[in-house]
Design a protein around this ligand. Structure first.
Ligand SMILES: Cc1cc2nc3c(=O)[nH]c(=O)nc-3n(C[C@H](O)[C@H](O)[C@H](O)COP(=O)(O)O)c2cc1C
Length: 391
């Protein structure tokens, strides 16, 4: 029985639908986190614990949700976080996410671990806001990807810095999840009970790391694919060597996975253009603080010199408002969009974006804010209940 898309009213509804449609090992890969999921839970409980006090008798007859970032206008104060292996959730998942983002005027960040070529994603909407996320397993490989991203017209580069090694994802280990698939009895049952997904994957072929297929002379593709799969990164990459990346990328450079105020200050001093406060959706260090609780210190540390973004745990538009009230320029959404992708493909992603947009407009009116920037002023008016945050 198919649930009417209109009856999927919130992120939890989309999550339930995704769980129904995906084989268990894929759902667990998307939904799961590290160790005991405590960081994942903190992301949600800290966001939920915050309150926003509405202002009344303000003109909210016109709500403007747009913001300006690096000289470009975003229609909404959120973007699509980079997620690897979107092709496992849906064949062509990267393009579906990119097209839905473009139609709605929000940026799409393509992962190094994408299943479609970065040039092909760019071709889906040439005037769209598209950023490239970088994992560095090998410097020459990374330089080649950056060069291709530059040539293809990606507007910003996001270096993910919270994956020196992979987090401990026990669900993936239990499910023997690895690419390429190696059949186990459990996997066989999983596939047999999700025929729609299995047939589609059979017809389209299993996803691969499309951007590592052609690395020219620079690095051996097979070993890079294996390194990416096991998240074996170049652990010699440090602040002092960031300059190496700057030689290859002159545009806006962001660090994703910053949680400490001193690291945020270092980012400014090393000429980084933006930071994304993130704990990778709880998928890396389980003891890490929630992203929302780390945000105020990072915002204070950069003193407005560069924009601060946030992801990890955003499930409602009020969460977006809370992040902006604590100083974020905008946020990124990870799993909610993947649940939409699993539930209905591109239409599901579109529905999730629409849900967040409607929810944001309603809540801005309820808060007495007609423009996104006014959400950030709420903090200065001390209208934010902060008692439950360790900030
Ligand atoms: C299935 C999945 C794959 C991800 N892959 C990547 C990736 O390739 N690169 C990256 O920087 N972050 C990756 N992330 C982290 C997201 O970019 C983002 O930080 C996280 O999903 C935000 O938390 P949320 O899912 O609670 O919104 C991934 C997250 C998920 C759920």
């Amino acid at each position: 029985m198919t649930t009417d898309l209109k009856m999927l009213l919130n992120t939890d509804d989309f999550r339930r639908e995704a769980r129904r449609r995906l084989p268990r090992f894929v759902f667990d890969y998307v939904d799961g986190a590290a160790d005991d999921n405590s960081c994942l839970r903190r992301n949600h409980s800290d966001l939920d614990a915050l309150t926003l006090t509405p202002r009344v008798l303000r003109d909210t007859s016109r709500i403007d949700t747009s913001i300006e970032v690096f000289g470009s206008r975003w229609a909404l104060p959120f973007g699509v976080a980079p997620t690897g292996l979107n092709g496992l959730v849906r064949a062509g998942g990267d393009a579906m996410l990119a097209r839905a983002a473009a139609r709605n005027g929000v940026p799409f960040v393509l992962s190094t671990a994408a299943n479609m070529r970065l040039e092909d994603i760019r071709a889906t909407a040439t005037d769209a806001l598209q950023w490239m996320q970088l994992y560095v397993m090998h410097r020459e490989m990374a330089a080649r990807i950056v060069q291709r991203a530059r040539q293809a017209g990606y507007q910003a580069l996001v270096l993910t810095v919270d994956v020196p090694v992979s987090g401990n994802r026990e669900l993936d280990a239990r499910n023997s999840f690895r690419v390429p698939f190696r059949p186990t009895a459990r996997l066989g049952w999983d596939l047999a009970t999700h025929p729609r997904w299995s047939v589609s994957t059979l017809l389209n072929g299993p996803p691969d790391f499309a951007n590592l297929a052609d690395l020219g002379q620079s690095a051996d593709s097979a070993s890079m694919q294996a390194a990416l799969l096991s998240r074996a990164m170049d652990r010699t990459l440090v602040w002092e060597t960031l300059g190496w990346l700057r030689d290859h990328w002159k545009g806006p450079l962001l660090l994703k996975g910053v949680l400490h105020a001193d690291d945020a200050r270092a980012a400014v001093s090393y000429g980084v253009d933006g930071v994304i406060v993130s704990n990778h959706g709880g998928r890396q260090l389980d003891a890490a603080p929630s992203a929302i609780s780390a945000l105020p210190d990072v915002v204070a540390a950069v003193q407005g010199r560069i924009p601060v973004f946030m992801d990890s745990g955003i499930r409602r538009a009020t969460h977006i408002a809370k992040a902006i009230a604590l100083g974020a320029k905008a946020v990124f959404l990870g799993r909610p969009l993947l649940y939409g992708l699993a539930a209905r493909g591109e239409a599901g992603v579109e529905a999730v974006i629409t849900m967040f947009r409607d929810d944001l407009e309603r809540n801005m009116a309820l808060l007495g804010a007609s423009q996104t920037e006014q959400l950030s002023l709420m903090q200065h008016g001390n209208r934010l209940g902060r008692s439950n945050l360790n900030c």
